[in-house]
Ligand binder design. Structure first.
Ligand code: GRF
Length: 210
């Protein structure tokens, strides 16, 4: 049974997608053991509570410096006994110590087709604003393993979403969530939980038995 820690900062709709997929049997052989938020008022915490999942906050403002915050974050994940860390809208740059310690065991959902519209500064609505500004006709979402870089880790899964005339960033964000993020994040977790995904020696994600 894969033990998952989900890290959140906001609304937690991706967390909800995982909770629902577990309840409906679309993710098997896994369990969320803890939700960790860096924001005390994140609605994701209420979602965790409603689902009976232990939740805790680790906030930068409760710590004198970044080192102390980073240490508390790593301790929270260690204490949860997590086999897999899922970043589901977690707006914190992970400390190198964490990406090293949990190499190959942290995944992130990003709301674009990496390598487009990703990297430093590309989060939330900004991603969709930039996609619309550039005039791309197709965008989407990506689930990837997390390495020391920003949105640079091996890609696990992607799903494309069409951009429509008159889209606003908000409308596009909602479509990308509904059609891509909430679909591929649970799918990727199910693949990992059931041993269908591995990373080869060149850092490429390979799929077994699919
Ligand atoms: C999602 O768009 C996710 O891709 C991005 O942050 C957003 C989080 O939304 N990393 P939610 O908190 O899961 O509703």
């Amino acid at each position: 049974m894969l033990k998952i820690a989900v890290l959140v900062s906001g609304g937690g709709t991706n967390l909800q997608a995982i909770i629902d997929a577990l309840a409906e049997g679309r993710i098997t052989n896994a369990k969320i053991v803890r939700v960790i938020s860096n924001k005390k008022d994140a609605y994701a915490l209420e979602r965790a509570q409603k689902a009976g999942i232990p939740a805790q906050t680790v906030c930068r403002s409760d710590h004198p410096d970044k080192e102390s915050f980073d240490g508390a974050l790593i301790k929270a994940i260690d204490d949860a006994g997590a086999d897999l860390v899922v970043l589901a809208g977690f707006l914190v740059v992970l400390p190198g110590e964490l990406t090293e310690k949990y190499a190959g065991r942290i995944i992130n959902i990003h709301p674009s087709l990496i390598p487009s519209f990703c990297g430093k500064g590309y989060y939330g609505l900004k991603v969709h604003e930039e996609a619309l500004k550039r005039g791309v006709k197709v965008t989407g979402a990506t689930v990837h393993f997390v390495d020391a870089g920003c949105d640079t880790g091996p890609i696990i899964m992607q799903k494309a979403v069409c951009i429509e005339d008159n889209d606003t960033p908000e409308v596009l964000q909602k479509r990308v969530m509904e059609q891509a993020e909430w679909v591929i994040l649970p799918e990727a977790i199910d693949d990992i939980a059931n041993g269908r995904i591995a990373v080869d020696s060149s850092g490429r994600v390979v799929r077994k038995g699919k």
